[in-house]
Design a protein around this ligand. Structure first.
Ligand SMILES: Nc1ncnc2c1ncn2[C@@H]1O[C@H](COP(=O)(O)OP(=O)(O)OP(=O)(O)O)[C@@H](O)[C@H]1O
Length: 521
């Protein structure tokens, strides 16, 4: 009968363990769902504010915390809640048995803290080194072709190894200490087991307890010490999960969620830049200083200037990825920050200098990974003059282009990037050297695209080093050293310097710059 009761109780125990584990897994999924919904946009913002801050690794922190919360780690802490009950039962058997069990639990608990105290710094160092090694490897391996072609494997491999070795040293140091603490706590545990049996036997001989209590006390103490000892073993995972959750908390504290912005009416595309200054991220060094200019809706503005004069920085500022340190950028009178970011994104087309396509199909890239009508995708491709080229690819619009579009040529990438910028006919189109990789056909298609945009009243801003695009532009902004040197017309810009100088001092000042900045091709 007793055996049957024991069997039934063990079954209940098994079922409850199963239910507990299922509940934890579901709680973990819920946890994941809540965080993954909000963390990605924050990581994007944190990376923009500090490109080398490793914000992207916070995405894997979610896994660390979830694994701890759904695995043995959290179960150990739940089990620890029952420790006082088992200790009280030991005490009720006999105060001496209670004292041995409680003393043992305290010693093992102190060892857990000692473990944390002695290994915390090294575990933190190891985690930082892992992050730094991964970050380095991730960035470097994106340029595998350069590494291979110029035999840079060895020196760059050594740099990665240095970071890796730092991680190993820190981790080995922490593991040595943790190992010593664990071995000692195991010794204490076994010694306590013997001590409680010895004490039980002694008390039984003294007829203060029955022999059965001796065995029961040993089992109870085992149940009381097991979670405490387990927590020593789980400490490393606990520390990693705690650090991961602290990193997530810092991210959530430093990057607030976007305010729910009222949707503004579709812009007509008027841009106004007033006293705009922006800095190198994380420093006080200005990249652009006191920029002022206006672009009426539907106008086409070329931005020219020597390399490093700030053209790309200005364009990045106009699309809102380079934050203002001072001054404002307004679209249709509303500051960039007043726009609902997602809404504004749909009214902006941006082709960055290094294009940046994503792994996926051509159609997905053109449609910005939104659900889109095929007609809209094809319209954007036709407008960018890339439709025929896409049809010549084996899978047409469904061609997978790989990470960063590496399966396309430089010129093809640029033209697909242009189609993405034109998708949905945004009211403002910003192109950063869109013709740097184009052949004659591509150049002609680009000029036609800008002309068409102009005809339908779309504002276009295009940074260029070449003069042929100036023919379709209404105005030219000349940049130098992070400031506006002149705002003029293409015709004035391309006039020989001598004919400008005597008539207009401002243009005379711009002329030498202009002659340096525009590569006449
Ligand atoms: N994130 C950054 N951190 C530090 N310096 C930066 C950063 N971004 C831009 N710069 C610096 O700002 C200056 C302007 O760069 P920008 O890319 O805007 O020039 P550009 O006129 O577009 O040049 P190019 O014609 O060669 O593309 C450069 O000296 C560049 O080194």
């Amino acid at each position: 009968m007793i055996s049957l009761i024991a069997l039934a109780m063990l079954m209940v125990y098994g079922i409850m363990e199963f239910v507990r584990s299922r509940m934890l897994v579901r709680a973990g999924l819920q946890f994941d769902d809540v965080l993954t919904n909000t963390i990605f946009p924050r990581v994007v913002k944190a990376r923009l504010a500090n490109p080398n801050g490793g914000a992207e690794y916070i995405l894997s922190d979610i896994d660390k915390v979830r694994e701890f919360l759904t695995g043995q780690g959290i179960l150990t802490f739940f089990d620890a809640l029952w420790v006082p009950l088992f200790l009280v039962i030991c005490y009720l058997f006999h105060p001496w048995l209670g004292a041995i069990a409680a003393g043992g639990a305290i010693v093992i608990f102190v060892l857990a803290f000692l473990n944390d105290f002695t290994t915390k710094k090294q575990l933190q160092e190891a985690n930082n080194a892992v992050q730094s090694a991964n970050q380095f490897a991730g960035a470097v391996l994106q340029n595998a072709e350069v590494i291979k072609s110029m035999g840079m494997e060895k020196p760059l491999g050594e740099r990665w190894q240095d970071r890796h070795a730092t991680m190993l040293t820190a981790q080995a140091g922490a593991s040595d200490k943790a190992g010593a603490v664990m071995a000692f706590s195991k010794f204490i545990r076994m010694a306590l087991q013997s001590a409680i049996l010895g004490m039980g036997a002694y008390l039984a001989l003294q007829q203060q307890v029955s022999p059965g209590v001796m065995i029961a006390a040993s089992i109870m103490m085992g149940r009381a010490l097991s979670p405490v000892e387990q927590s020593v073993a789980q400490w490393k995972q606990f520390v990693a999960a705690r650090q991961a959750s602290q990193r997530m908390k810092r991210l959530f504290d430093s990057v607030p969620a976007d305010l729910e912005r009222t949707e503004l009416p579709k812009p007509v595309g008027e841009i106004s830049v007033e006293q705009f200054t922006t800095l190198v991220p994380g420093t006080r060094t200005p990249l652009l200083k006191g920029i002022n200019f206006q672009v009426p809706a539907g106008q086409t503005l070329a931005v020219v200037g020597p390399s490093g004069s700030g053209k790309s920085t200005l364009l990045r500022s106009l699309v809102g990825v380079q934050p203002a340190a001072n001054g404002t950028i307004r679209i249709d009178g509303a500051e960039l920050s007043q726009w609902n970011a997602e809404q504004l994104g749909q009214h902006l087309g941006y082709l960055p200098q290094d294009v940046k396509l994503f792994a996926g199909t051509i159609a997905e890239n053109i449609s910005r990974f939104r659900d889109a009508d095929s007609d809209d995708v094809v319209r954007a491709a036709k407008m960018a003059g890339v439709h025929e080229m896409i049809l010549h690819l084996k899978d047409g619009y469904e061609t997978q282009i790989g990470d960063n579009g590496h399966q396309l040529s430089g010129g093809q990438r640029q033209r697909v990037g242009l189609a993405r910028a034109l998708f949905g006919l945004p009211q403002i189109v910003i192109l950063d050297e869109p013709n740097s990789n184009l052949d004659n056909d591509g150049e002609a298609a680009l000029t036609d695209a800008i002309r068409s945009l102009k005809e339908i009243g779309i504002t276009v801003i295009v940074a260029t080093h070449k003069t042929n695009l100036l023919a379709v532009c209404d105005k030219v902004l000349v940049m130098q050293d992070g400031a506006v040197r002149a705002l003029t017309t293409p015709r004035e810009l391309l006039k020989p310097a001598e004919s400008v100088a005597p008539k207009n001092p401002a243009k005379a000042a711009a002329a030498p710059v202009v002659n340096n900045v525009v590569n006449v091709q």
